[in-house]
Structure formats: C-alpha cells, structure tokens
Design a protein around this ligand. Structure first.
Ligand code: FCB
Length: 443
C-alpha cells in the first residue's frame, strides 16, 4: 500500500453541465438549443429527454448542500447560452442570468469556488440555423455572450472556462452525427467545427481579458493518448492522424497558435491569414478531461481512415470504455514534457456503472470507488513526478442526461431517482469526501 498526499490548496470537487442537469428547458425565457432539436428528432437511445433531468434549476440549493457536506472547495458548472441569449444573438435575457446569479451566491456561501464554463454544447438553435460551428457567424455572438455573462457574474466568479471538449462537438456533432446537431459532414466538417470553435474561444478569451484583469481564464479539452493497436505501420499512422485531430488541433491551436502539419493541407481552404494568432492565447489554467486512452487502427472509409481498435484491456465501464488510470499519468507527464508544465486541473474524470440500489437504500458502487481511487492516485503520482496539477474534479456530481445515451448511463457520485428526483449519495461520494478530509489517497 502507498499513500499519496495533496497540497492544502488543491481543488477538489465535481463538474456538471447545464443541459445535463438543469431541466426547466422552457422556463424563464430560455431559447431552444441544438440538443432540444436533436432529442425531438428521436435520436436519444433510451428515448428520454432532458426536460426535467435532475431539475437542478429548482433543486440547486440541495445540490450545493451535498457538495458542501462532501467538503468540496471547487465546482465547475456550465452556463446555458440559450438561457442568457435566447436567440443566440441580440437581447440578453436577465431572468436567465438571475438563475446563475443565485447559484453563484449559493456556491460561494458554501465556501466553494465557482468555476464557470461558457459552452458545454447547448448551442442556441438560431445560430445552428446560420451554419453553427461550420462557419464564422458564431464567433462574435459567442464573445458577446461571454461579455454579457461576465458583466453579471465576474465580480464573484473568477475562474472562466470557454469551451468544453471542442473535439467531441466537432467529431460527434458535425462529423458522424451521433450528437447534436447530428450532421454527417465527415473530415472537412470536423475540421471546420474545430477551427471555428478555436476562433470563438480566442475571441471570448480576449473579450473577458479586456473586461477585467482579475480573472483566471482557460478552457477545457479532453486529451486522450492515442496509441496504435499494434506496430503495423498503417495503424501507427492512423494513431498519429487521430492524435492530430483529437488532441492537437485544440491544444496546439491554443497553446502554440499552430495547425498540426498533418492537417494543414486539409484545413487550408477555411483557415484565413491571421487565424493562428487569434486562436493562440496564454491561458492561466487548462482543464483536462480524461476518461481513457484511445487505441487506433486503420480502416478505410471512416473519417481520417481511423477506427477505434481493441484496447487490450480487461476492465470496462458501463459505457464500454476501458479503465486505464495509467493513461492519465502518462498524459500528464507527456503534457508537462511537451508544453512547459503550465497549470492544469482535471476538469472531468469518472465512470458510468450499472448502479443498483441495495435493500438498505444505499448505492454500493464499488467499481466507481476503485475507478476514482486509481485515477486520483494517477494524478498524485504525476504530481509527485513534477506535474503542475491544481485540482481534481470528478464527473459528475449527479447522475444526469448523458447526451445520446439519455438517462440510462449513470456517472454521478450521487444517485438521482428520475421519478422522485431524490438524491442518494453513493459510496463513491463518501469515498471522495474521505479523500478530501485526509488530503490523501491510499492505493
Ligand atoms: C464528457 C462530457 C460530459 C459527459 C462525460 C461522460 O465527454 O464533457 O458532458 O458526457 O463525457
């Protein structure tokens, strides 16, 4: 057994996103977003909707109370663009901002640092109707929205994340149609969506920096180490291509102002002179989401001729994702080596399991406890080896609407009964609370 300790000022908490937990989709002047449309088109596997989800919009005081009781000192949530700017552009909806105003005050009163993310996938539908992330029409509206939110909240919220996982939006939303807005635009659609999110992010970062000088500005990218399934040259090349698309377009754009050389030719028809400089920004804090490594192999006919191969793993979550805590250690060490060790925090990490409620009413989610223990341990090991990690926020506080999977996949450390909306802290919640109390994890 070994024990890894964490510094006193380490950030501990959870992440959530507006669409996945809030419900109240037609309340207080919220406008429609792409996920409302996608859900109505029957694209959600279990045919559920996010109409109520966790009803966090009304039950947030209870949820903040759960975080406080667990000892959290940080909470990353997202702001719903369609609540604040119902048409995507034009008038601000004060009632939408009122909700976040109340939430932020409640979070601060609980002694928790609010970390706001401006875009966790709920693009206002009117902007999608103008081409969404395929074009540039969305860039200025995003910066305007960022300014409007900051004008209301930045006196109290100091940590601002621009985007969540632009690669997932681009690949699943515009490339292969598995997420909203459901397009099948292939390689070019993916790269366009990535590039325009990068540009919007750069514009919003500059907009916020111009408003106030006391903010910690950043974004959230999910980095997954891409490995070839075996040493066949075509599989090694496939892993390099996927690494360029998945990791490097978002990361090198932001950190280096660089389009990956492997993709320069494919992107040249829509990258304009000066774009790289607009995308690059010296952020203060990078949020990294980590779930697993990716194992790639060549397969013709798929975007970039890449297929997710056999992960050579003997443990899997209920999503069918491999359990690979060493991948998190490797990723942090590689990031330190390649990007000069800037400040990062783990903005999401967690697992869905097929939780059951025991006869005593508790949820003994032993697999999730093991998952969290090993991943927090990987973070601790990376820190012991010099990585500049400032915090660990699990995904997620609550079971929630897991996008195209609907309510069927439960990621929470707190169970939500979707009939009664009752919250039940799982064993994993008590585990995290104990780690926070001890400032240490034992492996
Ligand atoms: C991430 C998303 C988050 C959640 C987890 C499981 O890709 O950012 O909203 O769906 O996966």
């Amino acid at each position: 057994m070994s024990t890894l300790t964490f510094p006193d000022d380490f950030l501990w908490g959870a992440s959530t996103s507006s669409y996945q937990i809030e419900g109240a989709l037609e309340v207080d002047g919220r406008g429609p977003c792409v996920w409302d449309t996608f859900t109505r088109q029957g694209k959600i596997q279990d045919h559920t909707t996010a109409a109520t989800a966790c009803d966090h919009y009304h039950r947030w005081p209870e949820d903040v109370g759960l975080m406080k009781a667990a000892g959290f000192n940080a909470y990353r949530f997202s702001i719903a663009w369609p609540r604040v700017v119902p048409n995507g552009t034009g008038p601000i909806n004060p009632k939408g901002l009122d909700f976040y105003d109340r939430l932020v005050d409640g979070v601060l009163a609980a002694g928790i640092r609010p970390m706001a993310c401006l875009y966790h996938w709920d693009l206002p539908q009117p902007l999608e109707d103008e081409g969404g992330w395929q074009g540039r029409a969305v860039i200025e509206p995003f910066a305007d929205y960022a300014r409007a939110v900051a004008a209301r909240l930045a006196d109290r919220v100091k940590d601002w994340m621009m985007l969540n996982e632009p690669n997932v939006v681009a690949i699943f939303g515009y490339g292969v149609g598995e997420h909203a807005p459901g397009h099948h635009l292939g390689e070019e659609g993916i790269l366009r969506a990535l590039h325009h999110q990068n540009l919007a992010q750069g514009a919003a970062l500059r907009a916020l920096a111009a408003e106030r000088s006391d903010l910690t500005l950043g974004t959230v990218i999910n980095l997954q180490p891409c490995r070839a399934e075996d040493d066949k040259p075509e599989n090694i090349a496939a892993a390099q291509r996927w690494d360029a698309v998945w990791n490097r377009v978002p990361l090198d754009g932001l950190m280096r102002g660089q389009i990956p050389p492997l993709l320069a030719e494919a992107m040249k028809s829509f990258v304009l002179p000066g774009d790289e400089a607009k995308i690059r920004y010296p952020i203060d804090l990078l949020g990294i989401n980590y779930y697993s490594r990716m194992t790639m192999k060549y397969e013709a006919g798929r975007p970039f001729n890449v297929f997710w191969g056999d992960a050579h793993c003997d443990r899997w979550t209920f999503m069918g994702w491999p359990v690979q805590p060493d991948g998190l250690y490797d990723l942090l060490m590689e990031f330190k080596r390649d990007y000069g060790n800037p400040a990062v925090y783990i903005a999401e990490n967690g697992a869905a399991y097929d939780d059951q409620v025991a006869p005593d009413g508790a949820v003994h989610d032993a697999d999730r406890v093991t998952f969290l223990r090993e991943h927090i341990g990987a973070v601790g090991r990376a820190m012991a080896d010099g990585c500049n990690v400032k915090g660990y926020l699990c995904w997620s506080l609550l079971d929630n609407f897991e996008w195209a999977f609907g309510l069927a996949k439960r990621f929470g450390i707190v169970r939500v009964d979707y009939e009664t909306l009752k919250r039940t802290p799982k064993d994993s919640y008590h585990f995290i609370a104990e780690v926070i109390r001890n400032k240490a994890v034992t492996l």
